[in-house]
Design a protein around this ligand. Structure first.
Ligand SMILES: [Zn+2]
Length: 464
């Protein structure tokens, strides 16, 4: 039975103004009409109008819906559903007319969807996906603008340390310096000391200035190192919930970057010990009073000849102190002995293995909710699915935290005695902390001028 139908064509990305895309769509739709025995009586063409942009009225599309509703046409033929509607609301409006009027036909060059019957759910899901595709496109366009801004050299802008002037390609020498510095911060070096070392080595910022602890810390906190893009200080996420990455070469892997962040957090916590100069000694924040459990700090007060002591920071009715050099060398011998024995601190699993599944689960949640919102998936399926996925994401988060906790220390410690002596105090302290959670200093039980090694009790970390 012949039907008078309308052909709908649209091209949204047509900056040159040519109608070639539309012409081809109409040809394909005409072929379909011939095959079905339908008569195309009106061509509805929206040229260079995006169906996705909210608020954009497509005059031809609106006219077509009116004609369909009034019976001027008895159906629609489109190139694909995507051309017809990109906003779910467009689809709903079309379906409403198809439901109200019997005998309307519908066809698309990419496969039929029966808007009057069983095809509705499918069409809704397809519309939801088309919507997502448009959202992705819009996001890509936006990102392109950001990228362009990044590629251009803004007035007064400086290139980041480790990259060439194009801000995209790594600067081999600086990248190597930065990576070595990151390794050392992971090994316990503070940004402040790294700044001193870089300055001493003649390494300057890209503005030719000396580094400070603050600028080194800011540099190491910058997500750009791992290729992540931030926009005005805020992390950017794509539709699947993944961090948006830039087009430049990353300086370190994401795992390395996250370990670094964890190490910096710990370093900051350590330096927040509320005593002036608290980190001047090897066991600052590590040594604990054997009487009250409080941290001990180094104290050179009242001593000539460079003698100094670890002193209880509480000293509430007690006064526990011990010779600093004696405690230090004892602990260093213990740790060095272990290191030389073990050869290295084994660092397993340099990459966290949950990342792929994390991205996958986040994307699944998005897709499920989109299918639910567009009516393609029932709530009795959608919500249990999302709940299970969220639980899984939480478990993955915990696993990731545990992994970071276990891996934020030195990534490769393979030391000789000479190496140990060459290490900065902060690095030695960090290595000591990978073995021991605390070093307890007990009261003297013997009246002797000689230091009693039994007073020092390292508390081993629970095996991971
Ligand atoms: Zn105490």
């Amino acid at each position: 039975m012949t039907k008078n139908v309308g052909i709908y064509a649209r091209i949204s990305d047509d900056p040159s103004g040519t109608k070639a895309g539309v012409t081809r769509q109409i040809e394909d739709c005409t072929t379909i009409c011939t095959l079905r025995g339908w008569t195309p009586i009106v061509e509805y063409v929206d040229n260079d109008v995006s169906a996705y942009k909210p608020g954009v009225v497509r005059p031809a599309f609106e006219r077509m819906l009116v004609d369909l509703d009034r019976g001027v046409i008895e159906g629609i033929v489109v190139y694909d559903l995507d051309r017809l509607m990109r906003q779910p609301i467009d689809l709903e409006r079309a379906i409403e007319i198809y439901e109200a009027r019997m005998g309307l036909v519908f066809a698309s060059a990419q496969g039929d969807v029966d808007l009057a019957g069983d095809g509705q759910t499918m069409a809704r899901v397809m519309a939801a996906f088309a919507n997502k595709a448009s959202a992705d496109t819009a996001r890509r366009v936006k990102r392109k603008h950001l990228d362009l801004a990044e590629k251009g050299i803004p007035v007064g802008g400086t290139r980041p340390f480790g990259w060439q002037k194009d801000k995209l390609t790594l600067h081999a020498d600086e990248a190597a310096i930065a990576r070595a510095g990151i390794d050392r911060v992971l090994a316990g070096l503070s940004p402040r000391v790294l700044a001193q070392e870089w300055n001493a080595d003649g390494i300057r910022t890209t503005r030719g200035k000396n580094w400070t602890g603050k600028t080194v810390r800011q540099y190491l906190l910058n997500p750009r190192l791992a290729g992540y893009r931030d926009y005005k200080g805020q992390p950017q996420f794509d539709a699947a919930g993944a961090r948006v990455t830039g087009t430049w070469e990353p300086l370190v892997s994401v795992d390395m970057f996250e370990r670094l962040q964890e190490a910096l957090v710990r370093e900051e916590r350590r330096t927040r010990i509320p005593r002036k100069g608290a980190l001047q000694y090897l066991l600052s924040g590590v040594a604990r009073c054997g009487i009250c459990g409080a941290v001990m700090y180094g104290n050179s007060r009242g001593s000539e000849s460079g003698l100094w002591y670890y002193v209880c920071s509480e000293a509430n009715g007690h006064n526990l102190s011990a010779s600093g050099p004696a405690v230090d060398s004892l602990v260093e011998e213990v740790v060095l002995g272990r290191l030389l024995n073990v050869g290295s601190i084994p660092v397993d699993a340099p990459e966290w293995n949950g990342r792929a599944r994390q991205a996958e689960a986040a994307a699944l949640i998005n897709e499920t909710m989109e299918a639910y919102r567009s009516g393609g998936l029932d709530k009795s399926i959608a919500f249990p699915t999302v709940t299970a996925l969220k639980d899984e994401l939480n478990a993955l988060d915990k696993d990731h935290q545990a992994w970071l906790h276990a891996h934020c220390g030195p990534s490769n410690v393979d030391l000789t005695r000479d190496d140990w002596d060459a290490l900065h105090r902060d690095e030695r302290r960090a290595i000591i902390q990978t073995f021991f959670s605390a070093i307890v200093v007990r009261e003297a039980t013997r009246k002797s001028n000689r230091f009693d090694p039994a007073r020092v009790e390292p508390v081993p970390r629970a095996a991971a």
